[in-house]
Design a protein around this ligand. Structure first.
Ligand SMILES: [Zn+2]
Length: 205
């Protein structure tokens, strides 16, 4: 689960594709429609990004994609109990054994990412399932921030619970589906380059 359409591909894509490829049933939940992005802001982003998410979900091998209409950029203004209830509603259909989310600090520095993970953790406690949190190594975050002026944060690579070698082929297919957000996205492509074929995860809740 994630805050914006594209987080499931740009961030969680390698993990979700690997899980689907291993036979798991993967459902994607985005809490917002991503309408506040500054990329292609002249387009009707809510509908463009809905369609992009549907295509990306297929590319990742997800069996369900659910898009809610909480305000992009405004998740901190939505009570955590409301967000957690939405996750629980979605979970009633998906019956998950595991939630996959961004790491607690939000990875990219976006407040919506932190809030989405807080909602995942709150609902996971009630569902009695673990949260597998995706992050970037602090070494990668530091390089990105120095080169591109971003606000990424990450744990030192040794502080993650899992370091996994991934095949990014399906993730890259899914990223291509999010054309409005991935074309010319220097930060995304540089981050993937710095990560190489390694992904880092930690257990929350
Ligand atoms: Zn996002």
């Amino acid at each position: 689960m994630c805050a914006h359409p594209d987080d499931e591909s740009f961030g969680l894509g390698a993990a979700l594709a690997a899980l689907a490829g291993a036979g798991a049933s993967v459902s994607v939940l985005s809490l917002t429609r991503g309408e506040a992005s500054t990329l292609h802001a002249d387009a009707d982003l809510a509908s463009v990004r809905r369609d992009e998410l549907a295509a990306a979900g297929r590319a990742l091998g997800a069996s369900h994609v659910l898009l809610l209409d909480h305000p992009d950029g405004g998740l901190d203004g939505v009570p955590l109990s409301v967000l957690a209830a939405d996750v629980l509603d979605a979970a009633r259909a998906a019956r998950p054994d595991l939630l996959v989310a961004f790491d607690a600090e939000g990875v990219t520095g976006h407040a919506d990412h932190r809030r989405a993970t807080a909602a995942a953790v709150a609902s996971a406690r009630l569902l009695r399932v673990p949260v597998l949190a995706w992050g970037v190594a602090a070494e990668v975050a530091t390089r990105l921030n120095a080169e591109l002026g971003t606000a990424f944060s990450g744990r030192p690579s040794r502080a993650y619970d899992l370091e996994v070698v991934v095949d990014r082929a399906r993730q890259l297919d899914a990223i291509a589906c999010h054309r409005s957000q991935s074309a010319g996205n220097t930060v995304l492509w540089r981050r993937l380059e710095l990560q190489g074929d390694l992904e880092h995860f930690t257990w929350l809740a």
